[in-house]
Design a protein around this ligand. Structure first.
Ligand code: NZQ
Ligand code: ZN
Length: 400
């Protein structure tokens, strides 16, 4: 194993921690761009409370409203220009993963708003490295992406419907105020989409990473056992802060590097999903629920061992002495969990036309194939493989 583990985000976690927002923000600067989404934080009173706390702490602010789910590059550029005009010296994100991701793009875009897309890795020969970014503080209101403790942002160039990753160590939030009580207002669908997103963040490393990393494997299994069990309880008890807390911490840790240091891995399911959420503007977690079981079924004959371990250790399948059959039983159990979460889906649930999936597979190769015509993972995927997995999404009856 060889790796660098570095996570500089200072975390303040727990119900009620939101009340420290003003005092903590004052440590980052004197005026922030307070970035929010399309209204949820206003409707639930979080924006007013944040504004009051900033004022009490002597921090000036300008509010930027309207970050979309699957945040648009164009909106981030507009917000970066506002931050420049307002002479802000740090960014404060109050919202879900989309608001946090947009805030990272704004923090980098502040120094070069006209060329922001050049810093996003979208299949171009040379990706511009982020050399400067404004300090960032985040207050997540939804457990899902882990953007609060990672150095990445996923941004969609709306004009061309390309959704890709902006990453730099300079984009780690300096401070994260993670108050699970803020997430009780998240409706059922986004709650469950988020729970499954958390799971997939660690499953991608579990299946695609270095298999000879036993501690990481046990950490990931622990994360998955927690998320699937607590997520299922949350489905029927949305206002339970304790349950919200129990899925929030796995969410924050999933992409923090802690579980996956030394194991690594590829993100083929995320890459295939990003194409769908860019083209059809669907929820990221829901798109993952569509693709993940199909990808597993398609690739597991290549190396059934990690899939059999998942089946036995996470899905509690009784081992039958045949890895391939155990692995397939694990996918069936996962589909039952997805069904119980309202997430066992087909293309029709999203209105995605089958005829456009070939072009979608082409986008996936162009944006994520790194010029090699391959999507990485336990089974490297060709264009035809990606298209075949998309086509499996037509029907619930793909496990044959
Ligand atoms: O826009 P508002 O009005 O705020 O409403 C949002 C949005 O409609 C709402 N919401 C958020 N907090 C709420 C709430 N509603 C009620 N009460 C609250 N407390 O929920 C809806 C979805 O929000 P969004 O931020 O889009 O969801 P999520 O957190 O799942 O973020 C998804 C985005 O993050 C990217 C995804 O691709 C997608 O663009 N990802 C970012 C990652 C990263 N930075 O590392 C990794 C992930 O894999 C993912 O790709
Ligand atoms: Zn994700």
């Amino acid at each position: 194993m060889k790796f660098k583990f570095h996570n500089p985000t200072e975390v303040h976690f727990g119900p009620g921690e939101f009340e420290r927002t003003g005092e903590l923000a004052a440590r980052l600067g004197s005026k922030c761009l307070l970035v929010i989404g399309q209204g949820s934080v206003e409707r639930h009173g979080y924006l007013k409370r944040a504004e009051d706390m900033l004022a009490d702490a002597g921090v000036s602010y300008a509010v930027f409203r309207g970050i979309e789910p699957n945040p648009h590059l164009e909106t981030c550029v507009e917000a970066a220009r506002k931050a420049i005009g307002e002479k802000c010296d740090f960014i404060l994100a109050l919202g879900g993963g989309s608001v946090m991701d947009a805030s990272k793009a704004i923090a980098a875009g502040y120094y070069d708003p006209d060329n922001l897309w050049d810093y996003v890795s979208h299949g171009q020969e040379t990706v511009m490295p982020v050399k400067q970014a404004l300090p960032l503080m985040v207050v997540p209101t939804l457990a899902a992406t882990g953007s609060e403790m990672d150095a990445g942002a996923v941004i969609t160039r709306w004009e061309t419907r390309e959704k890709c990753v902006l990453g730099s160590p300079l984009l780690f939030p300096q401070i994260a105020v993670i108050d699970p009580a803020l997430t009780v207002s998240v409706p059922l669908d986004y709650t469950m989409d988020g729970v499954f997103d958390i799971a997939v963040h660690v499953m991608e490393s579990y299946f695609n990473g270095d298999q000879d990393t036993p501690l990481q494997a046990r950490l990931i299994e622990g994360c998955l056992l927690t998320v699937f069990a607590e997520g299922k309880k949350l489905h029927g008890d949305l206002e339970n802060v304790k349950l919200r807390e129990n899925v929030q911490w796995p969410s924050s840790l999933a992409l923090s590097g802690l579980f996956t240091a030394g194991r690594g891995g590829n993100y083929p399911v995320h890459q295939m999903e990003h194409i769908l959420s860019a083209r059809w503007d669907i929820s990221h977690g829901r798109g993952l629920a569509l693709i993940m079981p199909r990808w597993m079924w398609y690739v597991l004959p290549t190396d059934p061992v990690p899939f059999a371990s998942f089946a036995v250790n996470v899905m509690k399948v009784t081992p039958g002495g045949n890895n391939l059959r155990d692995a397939q039983a694990g996918v069936r159990e996962l589909c039952l969990w997805l069904e119980s979460a309202g997430l066992f889906l087909t293309l029709d649930d999203f209105g995605i036309p089958v005829g456009e999936l070939g072009a979608a597979a082409g986008d996936c190769m162009r944006l994520y194939g790194h010029g090699k015509g391959v999507i990485g993972g336990v089974k490297p995927l060709s264009l035809e493989d990606v298209h075949a997995i998309y086509l499996m999404c037509k029907t619930p009856d793909f496990m044959r």
